[in-house]
Design a protein around this ligand. Structure first.
Ligand code: NAP
Length: 326
């Protein structure tokens, strides 16, 4: 079996979930992990059976055995880490949000295109089988023309001003952490909005803890989206079309099921159960792209990642949320 050799940078929550998901993808071989500290790298490597445990991210980028780097650091480091990995000639899967802002994203995309390496934002929702199925159904006209997308993603973490969720220097705030999911869902079915409005309630650290977003499209379609670090929202999504709607129950960003509800009242259950947390679909998709010699994903195109970053910048400008150095 041909294997794909991964290196991971960062040893936090999502890196752990990535390792658990890699278990379901035998062709994924994680050969190296890098951390700011040797102790973390050792602990993580020992837990998941990763042979090479580096005390820096640079050592992962320089490791000749590593083909693909998975960037699992806070948002504020994504651009720097991705640029270094690309410079070293590695393919890159970078966690969402792709970078802190659009200018950083443009730099990273340009670097990857110049180097000819594969680059993808980890917008893993798009890789779930049920999401691929609802895309087919919507494209096949089964709900008519999608006119309204509604989606929310809000949870209530413990307030810690130093954590990446709340610290401005780490790119804190609801929009970039969870609001990006509803924004990317609206992009998937309606494209880039013509007009956008956002209101935010900021917390003690000055980042958006509660935000509501409205998109208006040239076609007359709309999206109503929300994100929060203050309240647990229903975590559901709806794609409402002229002939019916798709309902994605909670947690809609990693769905195993959806309902196609037609205007005649009929209700079709689309059920695609999976094991574990579901990151395995994204890992498999990266492998498929590499096998085909692609440098970007047709499911998560870089131009769309860039457009999403520009929209996030515009929403943050309206909300008055700026990060240090911006
Ligand atoms: N796809 C998803 O569902 C999903 C879910 C959660 C998060 N994410 C994304 O993945 C990224 C990481 O999120 P996470 O929840 O895994 O974060 P986390 O638990 O805080 O872990 C981040 C890791 O980055 C490294 N790091 C480097 N500089 C740091 C700093 N100044 N402060 C804290 N950590 C630092 C640390 O690893 P070392 O100490 O080993 O260097 C840390 O363990 C975020 O961009 C997030 O949006 C995606």
């Amino acid at each position: 079996m041909h294997t794909f050799k991964w290196g991971i940078v960062g040893t936090g929550k999502i890196a752990r979930r990535f390792m658990q998901a890699a278990f379901y993808v035998p062709e994924a071989q994680v050969v190296a992990v890098g951390s700011r500290t040797q102790a973390n790298a050792e602990q993580f490597g020992a837990q998941f059976g990763i042979p090479k445990r580096h005390d820096s991210y640079d050592a992962v980028f320089a490791d000749p055995e590593v083909q693909i780097v998975y960037i699992a650091t806070p948002h504020s480091l994504h651009a720097e880490n991705a640029l270094a990995a690309i410079q070293a000639g590695k393919h890159v899967l970078c966690e969402k949000p792709f970078t802190l802002n659009a200018p950083q994203a443009e730099q990273v995309v340009q670097a990857a295109r110049a180097k000819g390496v594969f680059l993808m934002e980890g917008m893993w929702t798009r890789c779930f089988p049920v999401v691929r199925e609802i895309i087919r159904r919507v494209q096949g006209g089964e709900v008519g023309e999608v006119r309204l997308v509604m989606a929310d993603f809000g949870f209530r973490p413990e307030f810690d001003p130093a954590s990446r969720l709340f610290a401005p220097e780490l790119g804190g705030g609801a929009l970039l952490d969870v609001g990006i999911y509803p924004v990317a869902l609206a992009f998937l079915f309606l494209g880039e909005p013509e007009q956008k409005v956002a209101y935010a309630t900021k917390g003690a650290t000055g980042v958006d803890e509660l935000c509501s977003i409205l998109f208006q499209y040239g076609s007359g379609a709309q999206a109503v989206l929300s994100a929060s670090l203050q309240v647990n929202t229903p975590k559901q999504a709806y794609l409402c079309g002229t002939e019916g709607r798709i309902e994605l129950p909670a947690p809609w960003w990693k769905p195993s099921e959806a309902y196609l509800v037609r205007n005649d009242g009929s209700r079709e259950h689309l059920l695609y159960p999976y094991e574990g947390d579901g990151l395995q679909f994204e890992i498999r998709h990266v492998h498929d792209c590499l096998r085909q010699g692609l440098t970007e994903s047709p499911w998560i195109p870089l131009n769309e990642t860039l457009a999403i970053m520009r929209v996030l910048d515009a929403l943050r400008a309206q909300m008055g949320v700026r990060y240090p150095g911006e």
